[in-house]
Design a protein around this ligand. Sequence first.
Ligand SMILES: *Cc1c(COP(=O)(O)O)cnc(C)c1O
Length: 393
Amino acid sequence: MSKVEQRGFFGEFGGAYVPEQLQEVLTKLDQVFEQYKEDPVFIEELHYYFNDYVGRPSPLYYAERLSNQLGGAKIYLKREDLNHTGAHKINNVLGQALLAKRMGLKRIIAETGAGQHGVATATASAMFGLDCVIYMGEEDTKRQQLNVFRMEILGAKVIPVKRGKRTLKDAVDAALEDLIENYKDTFYLLGSAVGPHPYPTIVKHFQSVIGQEARRQIMDKENRLPDYLIAAVGGGSNAIGLFAPFYEDKEVKMIGVEPGGKGLSTGLHAAPLNDGEPSVIHGFRTYAMMKENGEPKETHSIAAGLDYPGVGPEHSFYKDTGRADYVAINDDEALEAFHRLSQLEGIIPALESSHAVAYAMKLAPILDKDKIIIINLSGRGDKDVQQVYNMNR
Ligand SMILES: *Cc1c(COP(=O)(O)O)cnc(C)c1O
């Protein structure tokens, strides 16, 4: 366990606030993870898939035209958008699927909102020959028909959840019920650095390949560490994956970018670290956007993958201890960055990643030319082209 963490807690955040039956399943998972994470054979197998299946290491690209036009710091992009399936999510999914194999579990379940985690999970399940069931709120299946079809092409079974508001929360509940009933042959594959312990720790571990590579790559290119790391924060997995390997390097500043939606003051956002309170949500303690009655608030973001009322517990800890800063970028700013990066670098970023790009666009001009920023380009924007097209009509 890392220094920042004790028994699944990051300061007062994290933990596992779950029913007893579920606690047993989580304890077992924790033991298996602790056993394999340092196992040389496990690591070799994981890296074989990282290299030959995902295409790692992802490049660290100097965005020269963007840097020059902004006229300040040098900007590098960590190109997670070039991964197989187009984003960082595959790193974590492969790691957890390998754990499932080690546990002898042949059935994978997951929940998905926008569908991106569902597609990544269906991808790894196909490649490893595992049965795959994806829970998705019925409303979300209508909004994301193409992703539902993608998962089905990959051989997964998508179950539309027809209860409550028929969105992500209801899908989470359905998946947890499935797990409690079928834990003997089923692995619950979680998509971000959220949920009860040990999930935030597991997801961080598998996503840390991003920061480990970035560290080596910037040393190769610049012979020094960067001044700033910038990443978009939904659940927080791509951000913690970039940040964690730099935790001890106090001179490296970390900035997480939350979706400010239509503006923090409107309440129409998904920025719990900017406008939330410490709460218990989905079985763990973290900053979250909660109503008086203890239910999560409605959230809004132009980027479906950032649209979550909570955040990974380690980010709450980084915030309170001052190790990282968390800012908000609103929909319009993210959209502008989406176009700007596309036109200056020929790279169409995911709308999620565009939030990180937008903040770098504000920061770089006020820094000296000898400063270095690394942006985590968490995913590619192909999936968002239709949405942006519709907004322009
Ligand atoms: C899902 C997603 C995110 C948000 O998830 P995190 O767990 O916060 O990383 C960000 N970018 C892309 C491209 C995504 O698909």
